[in-house]
Design a protein around this ligand. Structure first.
Ligand code: NDP
Length: 487
């Protein structure tokens, strides 16, 4: 298992020699110690990325694409190993790592590999005698900061479009979960992605991350994480006015109307909040129920939640693993008291499981809490297996509650009324809306939010465009002599 920094095609120790413990969230045991990047390491990584940029950006786009396609195949060949690493490091149930994380990572690199030579410029119809064409040029060295909740997948979401567009990269995986990303770095070298094109510097946010965001040679910073840190990134980026793309927190409204297919809505709502232990920015963490179906829904939903199999992430029977860190587990549990203090009702869960086999791990039972729209648990991102339930009596009220948050990332609704579905999809203030489903993602479909959920989009053509600059070129085809100052 790789545990060093990846700079200029080689695995190296940190300049300072410092390391960070990587712990297994299932039992708190030490998996390995990783090299901890600091400012000096980030400088070396940026210098390597800068040296690699001219050749990588001038390489035929089809050739860059071919390397990403090879990488996608390589990831699939190594599916089992990557899945095991991801589950060990993050606590994702192995069935999700095998069935979702690794295939989606390969799929994302494949999508952008295919897109590398499809990114076209344009010709602008200007005055006679002149030709104006617009090229999409790569930005240069880009910085990327990836959190701990979906390390493998987010690595591909960030690196895929940036590489396809011809940029070189310095990426900071979270120091909590760097292992699968470092394995991807090895696979990149194996398929022939040149040295320096991708550099990985796992380390703390306030040192390595902050330095990367401030770095004068970095042209863009793409960040996924909390809204508070997103603001710090914007502040840090000011020095050289680098471009910023932010994918931040969420408090997704998941609305069930009284005409919904209840069985589908109950299963879908469990997926919306309990997948990955609720550690997802798009989680359906505000469950809004029409008052006519609320009782039956909650009965069945609570039964389902209580039956979810918690356990060792490496066990194929496990449906929910531990949270990724102890600190985060404690933060999630603290919201149970926050809810109670404001009069919220805990319907299910609200504590660590009693099972002694899980005692050393960072587990939390699936938790369902009923509260009011302006309570803290209906406003703040908990980022755990914790869903806040609210009731509504008509469409107007549902829309008002759905939009009564500063976030605007994911949202969902369950109804058989087609016109209501489309109306809500347009009126909910969110970057994504799922109708009679939840949390579907595809590399072709833009992903991102509005409001305090950030700006810019990952995936799709939007992501490729966001990793390029428009360069406008004017040609005086007819050799027209400018009329001004004509002598
Ligand atoms: P942060 O936003 O603080 O961390 C996300 C990433 O940013 C980590 O790699 C972190 O490194 C890095 N980072 C932290 N500070 C800086 C900085 N000053 N400059 C550059 N990078 C920095 O989130 P937390 O991990 O503390 O989680 C807190 C909450 O944030 C969660 O409960 C959740 O609500 C939200 N969150 C949202 C995510 C999403 O998918 N949108 C992902 C993760 C968290 P380090 O780990 O060393 O601090």
């Amino acid at each position: 298992m790789q545990n060093k920094l990846f700079i200029d095609g080689r695995f190296v120790d940190a300049v300072s020699g410092s390391t960070i413990d990587v712990l297994n969230p299932h039992d708190g045991s030490l998996i390995t110690k990783i090299a901890a990047a600091e400012a000096a390491d980030v400088d070396l990584a940026v210098a390597a990325a800068k040296r690699a940029f001219p050749a990588w950006s001038r390489m035929a786009a089809a050739e860059r694409g071919r390397l990403l396609l090879k990488l996608a195949d390589k990831i699939e060949e190594n599916l089992e190993e990557l899945a095991q690493l991801e589950s060990l490091d993050t606590g994702h149930p192995i069935r999700d790592s095998r069935g979702l994380d690794v295939p989606r990572t390969a799929g994302c690199f494949r999508y952008f590999g295919g897109m590398a030579d499809k990114l076209q410029g344009s010709v602008v119809p200007v005055e006679a005698g002149f030709l104006n064409y617009v090229q999409r040029a790569p930005i240069g060295v880009v910085g990327q900061i990836v959190p701990w909740n979906f390390p493998l997948m987010f690595t591909s979401w960030k690196m895929g479009p940036a590489l396809a567009a011809g940029n070189t990269i310095v990426i900071k995986p979270s120091e909590l979960t760097p292992l699968s990303s470092l394995r991807i770095a090895e696979l990149m070298a194996e398929v022939g992605i040149p040295d320096g094109v991708v550099n990985m510097v796992p380390g703390y946010g306030h040192t390595a991350g902050q330095h990367l965001a401030e770095h004068p040679e970095v042209g863009k910073i793409a960040f996924t994480g909390s809204t508070a840190t997103g603001r710090r990134i914007v502040e840090a980026s000011k020095g050289n006015l680098k471009r910023v793309q932010l994918e931040l927190g969420g408090k997704g409204a998941n609305i069930v109307f009284d005409d919904a297919n209840l069985t589908a809505a109950i299963n879908g709502s469990a997926w919306a909040i309990f997948h990955n232990q609720g550690q997802a920015c798009i989680a359906g963490s505000r469950l809004m129920l029409h008052e006519h179906i609320a009782e039956e829904f909650l009965d069945r939903f609570s039964q389902l939640a209580s039956s979810i199999r918690l356990g060792n992430p490496l066990d194929p029977q496990t449906e929910m693993g531990p949270l990724t860190s102890l600190q985060h587990r404690d933060r999630v549990l603290s919201f149970v008291n926050v809810a109670r203090e404001q009069g919220g009702r805990v319907l299910t869960g609200g504590k660590a499981p009693g099972n002694s086999a899980l005692a050393g791990g960072y587990y939390v039972e699936p938790t369902i809490v009923e509260a009011r729209p302006h309570d803290r648990v209906a406003q703040e991102e908990v980022f755990g297996p914790f869903v806040t339930v609210m009731r509504f009596s008509n469409d107007e009220e549902a829309l008002a509650i759905a939009n009564a948050t500063e976030y605007g990332l994911g949202s969902g609704l369950w109804t058989r009324d087609l016109s209501r579905a489309h109306q809500f999809a347009n009126k909910i203030n969110a970057g994504m809306c799922w109708i009679n489903c939840y949390k579907r993602v595809n590399p072709g479909s833009p992903f991102g939010g509005v409001g305090q959920s950030g700006y810019g989009r990952e995936m799709g053509f939007e992501a490729m465009h966001d990793y390029t600059e428009a360069r406008s070129v004017w040609v005086n085809v007819d050799a027209v002599v400018p009329p001004h100052f004509k002598r």
